[in-house]
Write a protein that binds this ligand. Structure first.
Ligand SMILES: Nc1nc2c(ncn2[C@@H]2O[C@H](COP(=O)(O)OP(=O)(O)OP(=O)(O)O)[C@@H](O)[C@H]2O)c(=O)[nH]1
Ligand SMILES: [Zn+2]
Length: 293
């Protein structure tokens, strides 16, 4: 039988479900990668040997672009970072931390400010403008009025994405709004707990009608930055060009003389809150390093 390529969309109890041009093929792992202790992950592009029309086995795992452990998934293109404009209250540091998590994992962040139906002022739109100016895709949405849903869909098209963000911001509701045949559990945290949402289960890439995949499980749940404090400045995209103008190449933009980033904050070229998030996260990383030694 033939050898073909596909993407693992689900893995459960030693079986891997591989999306191919011939549909979903149920596979077991048999390739020599097992000797190297490599386990196939959802998201992996694999080469499979067909046994019959619907079954096969995995021969080879193609090199991964990236790999996350919580949830276990490989080759993610995009993180849709969701915050709510209210209920729960928006947390800028958390938003910026998730952007850093995305950047440091080579995942493109897309910022989504949800629940815009709850606030009539311009806050959500002003926020989106800040991130768009930096060069990010950013969208204001509501799963109630459906505002922004088409724009969100255009960002998901032909990409492998997951949603990330605090509990209750509407991640599951947004995924459900994208496609009518997807029905993830939504609701208040307490209700979900009663329904046992913390029982361990496998992650799955949901196929989108218009092309692309969305993970059925939120990403970045661990929220720990695994980077050196010296590197944080490279994950604030708007610092990249400006920090070349700092007097010292090692400048961390805290209180060093002739810091071009601080100057840019004062001149309004860098958003003040972005800079405050940077300082907050830098402090967090410094404290983490101190604890290590
Ligand atoms: N007003 C308003 N409520 C929303 C919107 N989107 C979601 N909600 C509500 O917010 C609550 C949480 O939504 P979920 O989709 O379950 O949130 P989640 O981010 O998946 O939450 P976790 O699973 O806990 O991480 C639910 O009661 C939703 O009905 C929105 O755009 N506007
Ligand atoms: Zn500086």
């Amino acid at each position: 039988m033939t050898r073909i390529e596909g993407r693992i969309v689900r893995g459960i109890a030693g079986f891997y479900y591989v999306a191919t041009e011939h549909g979903i093929i149920e596979c077991r792992a048999r390739g020599k990668f097992r000797k190297d202790n490599i386990t196939p992950l959802v998201g992996d592009i694999v080469e499979i040997q067909m046994i019959n029309d619907s079954e096969g086995y995995i021969l080879n795992i193609l090199p991964r672009k990236n790999e996350l452990t919580r949830p276990p998934v490989a080759n993610v293109d995009q993180a849709i970072i969701v915050c709510a404009i209210a209920r729960p209250e928006l947390n800028r540091v958390l938003l910026d931390k998730m952007i850093v998590l995305a950047e440091s994992n080579d995942i493109e962040p897309v910022i989504c400010i949800n629940k815009v139906d709850l606030k009539e002022d311009r806050e959500a739109f002003d926020l989106v403008t800040i991130y768009q100016k930096i060069g990010y895709k950013a969208v204001v949405t509501s799963t109630v009025t459906k505002e922004g849903i088409e724009e969100l869909k255009s960002y998901l098209k032909d990409k492998v994405s997951f949603f990330a963000g605090p509990s209750g911001v509407g991640k599951s509701s947004l995924i459900n709004s994208i496609q009518s045949n997807i029905k993830l559990q939504t609701g208040e945290v307490s209700e979900k707990l009663l329904r046992g949402r913390h029982t361990t289960r496998s992650v799955e890439l949901l196929s989108l009608d218009f092309g692309g995949y969305v993970l059925d499980t939120p990403g970045f749940t661990a929220l720990t930055l695994d980077i050196d404090k010296q590197d944080l400045r490279y994950y604030f995209k708007e610092f990249l060009e400006l920090q070349k103008g700092c007097k010292f190449s090692s400048c961390l933009h805290v209180n060093e003389p002739d810091c071009n980033v601080i100057k840019a904050v004062e001149e309004g070229l860098i958003d003040k809150n972005r800079y405050l998030s940077y300082l907050f996260l830098l402090k967090e990383l410094k404290e983490k390093e101190k604890r290590r030694y």
